[in-house]
Design a binder for this molecule. Structure first.
Ligand code: GLV
Length: 306
């Protein structure tokens, strides 16, 4: 029997090496090189083509190699085998550090100082202390709550919003439409960690984003489709949104023609805030797979929203 491997066709050497190190004895077959579908009992996949998983009659479980599962939402049908999301604390921590970097960037006006340097200009401005700088986190799932806690530990005044009530240590948690309405106008920086689902498609549109106070900043580390990009550009042009650090976009790679590349108040990164690390990911999957074979369900099953 063998593991079907497809990390969107990328970095398979690293994945193979990690599987060899942490799942010794398991054979690996790289998609699309699957001459005998019967031998596949597990799949480790990312952005796998829709319809392919149904080809393996002995498939017992699927391990997704990332935390966002929107590519699975787009599959017209799912295999009978359960699918599990990867939540790697190392990835969550990387994303926490990414958001900490940009939060401090906006809080301490590093963009302004960078611009001044071009003109050899020496001017200083008062900036709020971390505990007076209000961070608003959208989405308190496994990753969002990890990041919110990390920012709170670094002294920021962190609120977090979710659709239903949640409680996260050190974070003021609000929920539902009223909670969002109360949180947005207070925020100095809004961090989007919402999963992309039917319900969140372009959720951050003009109506929502304009509730931020003038000059507030935005960090998006979830999916580009959660934001209406034209609305965001209008709010950036008018200065209502003072700055944005965007790691994810409707279309990736971000097209050359996108105004985000050249907007003076936008920082573009190429979907790298929390890349999956094959070595730690395979260690997690190896444990989950061993548990699964002994009847213990891995902690993050994929469930399709209606
Ligand atoms: C990356 O974007 C992931 O969802 O893991």
């Amino acid at each position: 029997m063998a593991i079907l491997l497809n990390n969107d066709g990328q970095w398979h050497d690293q994945w193979r090496a990690a599987i060899k190190a942490h799942m010794p004895g398991r054979a690996v077959i790289e998609y699309p090189d699957t001459p005998d579908p019967d031998v596949i009992d597990y799949a480790m996949i990312w952005k796998h083509p829709a319809g392919d998983l149904e080809r393996y009659p002995n498939l017992k479980a699927v391990f997704s190699l990332g935390s966002g599962v929107d590519y699975l939402d787009a599959f017209p049908a799912l295999p009978d085998a359960p699918i599990f999301r990867l939540i790697d604390p190392n990835m969550a921590e990387d994303m926490a550090l990414y958001t900490l970097y940009w939060t401090i960037h906006f809080q301490r006006l590093f963009g302004t100082y960078h611009a001044q340097q071009k003109n050899a200009e020496w001017a200083r401005y008062p900036t709020p202390l971390a505990h007076d700088y209000k961070v608003a986190m959208l989405g308190l799932g496994a990753i969002g709550s990890h990041i919110a806690k990390a920012l709170a530990r670094n002294g920021f005044d962190v609120s977090g919003w979710s659709r239903s009530p949640k409680s996260v240590d050190g974070v003021k948690c609000v929920y539902g439409p009223d909670g969002l309405q109360a949180m947005l106008p207070e925020a100095d920086v809004l961090i989007c960690c919402l999963p992309f689902t039917k319900a969140t498609y372009e959720f951050l549109d003009h109506a929502i984003l304009s509730q931020l106070k003038r000059g507030a900043a935005l960090i998006n580390i979830s999916r580009g489709a959660v934001i209406n990009e034209d609305d965001l550009l209008k709010l950036l042009d008018s200065g209502h949104i003072g700055g944005a650090a965007l790691d994810v976009f409707h279309t990736e790679p971000l097209p050359q023609s996108s105004r985000f590349w050249t907007h003076p108040n936008v920082h573009v990164t190429p979907h790298m805030s929390g890349a999956t690390n094959p070595d730690t990911a395979v260690q997690i999957i190896a444990k989950e797979l061993a548990g699964f074979e002994n009847g213990i369900m891995p902690p993050y099953p994929y469930r399709r929203e209606d």
